[in-house]
Design a protein around this ligand. Structure first.
Ligand code: DOR
Length: 465
């Protein structure tokens, strides 16, 4: 380590692979006008590096904010099996165009991701095709509960995901005994989609009889979500397991979870923070149909309050594409889900512009938060020795989001036509500038995300010596 004036470096060489110059850098200590030097994919120097460092590539970040790379810990990229909706190449391309540098992908593909072979098939498919770093969830179910302790520690596994209520695909674990078996096998934080399957079945007639998408939040009501959240939190406490409750959508759950934050972490999504019932269903029809549903204003207000109160740990997009043709089916045959990985950052920067949250809090929710709760190695902050992942944004840039900007195979966004202030300009993944001036650059070189909890001799890289 070398210290010169206000500059600390990990290298005496003074020649970097990449130099990010003149930007306002969001460090753990706040916003600082400093330069960042990166070598071999890591941050090697921070400070005023003008005149003292040279680099193979220099990125001029004047007038821009340099955020730690955004980590989207909930996406559905549909590969294998459902590639007419999405695939790993297009999904990760959308991610980096939207300023996202790492994703965790969900197990409700075809086949489901339930075994080591299923996970390996996804890792193989991502090799050389993924534009950003990636890891994959293993689905927790009755068929693999006893193997989960081993499976969750495989390289490239983000953890275990459980669907308590059916959403899309066949992955379901709704019975207390199965949930206990899942909770007892493994130590990592368990991610859960909390909607109560029995209540959803009991009330499905509401959707069927109405054939009206405005009834979606009536069918999948507050109690459907709250009952499942209460049940899984109780079971997790009984089994001594940490939980991560995905896409929390109700004021009632937030109140319940606020008192249990010592063990339970909380995700909210941009669509629950941005769209509102009933207006979104009237304007967008089934394009706004999502599980759990987008709800009325009072719930959205509670989600924002929970962001201000520190109850929310993470913002994940729940990018869940279906084709426009599939979405055009009459409700409730229309599948639930919308794209989101590419619009996560633009939509949230627009909320920053509107004063709904500060930039530092956004960084906490999209980088530091995922790194902390999933125990990600070397990501989530701009600090010496960390991966050189950056989402470099222009907070004043005004853009209109359009479907033709969306890289997803499904080709649409619920925000089509929406003007936003704040936009990703350059995306850097481990020192490679994969989006430069809003344009894709280079090759897909995404690597597998590493996790501290599954760190072992087997998963150790050479650079760890
Ligand atoms: O609306 C949803 N669609 N919510 C989910 O959690 C999953 C999903 C999907 O995979 O389509």
């Amino acid at each position: 380590m070398n210290v010169t004036g206000n500059t600390i470096t990990l290298s005496a060489a003074r020649h970097a692979d990449l130099l990010v110059q003149g930007g306002i850098v969001m460090t753990p200590g706040g916003a600082e006008r400093i330069d960042v030097a990166c070598s071999q994919g890591r941050i090697v120097a921070l400070g005023d590096l003008r005149g003292t460092w040279s680099a193979e590539t220099t990125l001029d970040a004047k007038g821009l904010h340099v955020l730690p790379g955004v980590i989207d810990s909930q996406v559905h990229f549909r590969e294998p099996g459902l590639m007419h909706k999405e695939n790993l190449e297009a999904g990760t391309r959308g991610a980096v165009l939207g300023g996202v540098t790492a994703i965790f992908e969900m197990p409700n593909t075809t086949p489901l991701t339930l075994s080591a072979a299923d996970l390996q098939a996804k890792l193989d498919a991502a090799q050389g095709r993924a534009w950003c770093d990636h890891a994959f969830y293993i689905g927790g179910s009755a068929v693999n509960a006893e193997q989960l302790a081993e499976l969750e520690n495989l390289p490239g596994c983000a953890g275990v995901k459980v669907f308590m209520g059916s959403s899309f695909g066949d992955l379901l674990a709704d019975d207390d005994d199965v949930l206990r078996r899942i909770l007892h096998h493994g130590r990592r934080r368990l991610a859960v989609h909390a909607e109560d399957e029995a209540r959803l079945r009991e009330r499905r007639h509401i959707a069927l009889e109405s054939a009206d998408v405005r009834q979606h939040p009536v069918w999948r009501d507050v109690d459907s979500a709250l009952m499942a959240t209460e049940r899984i939190v109780r079971l997790a406490a009984e089994c001594g397991r940490r939980l991560h409750v995905l896409h929390v959508s109700t004021a009632e759950e937030m109140m319940f979870l606020a008192a249990r934050k010592h063990r339970v972490t909380v995700e909210v999504t941009p669509h629950h923070l941005t769209l509102q019932a009933p207006e979104c269903y009237e304007r967008l029809g089934s394009l706004a149909q999502m599980n759990p549903p987008v709800r009325e204003q009072r719930h959205q207000d509670a989600l924002w309050q929970a962001i201000r109160d520190g109850v929310v740990d993470v913002i994940g997009s729940d990018h869940a594409p279906h084709t426009l043709q599939e979405k055009a089916k009459p409700y409730p045959q229309s599948p639930s889900g919308m794209t989101g990985v590419q619009t996560l950052l633009p939509v949230m920067l627009d909320h920053v512009h509107a004063g709904r949250l500060g930039l530092q809090r956004l960084v906490d929710l999209t980088s530091a938060g995922p790194a902390r709760i999933f125990g990600i190695e070397g990501k989530g902050r701009i600090a010496l020795g960390y991966d050189a992942d950056f989402s470099i944004v222009d907070l004043r840039a005004q853009r209109v989001i359009h479907n033709d900007w969306i890289a997803s195979v499904s080709g649409w966004t619920p925000y089509d036509g929406q003007a936003v202030t704040g936009w990703p300009i350059h995306t850097v993944v481990r020192g490679c500038c994969v989006v430069r001036d809003e344009t894709l650059a280079g090759e897909p070189k995404g690597a597998v995300v590493r996790f501290l909890e599954s760190w072992s001799n087997e998963t150790r890289g050479e650079s760890d010596a």
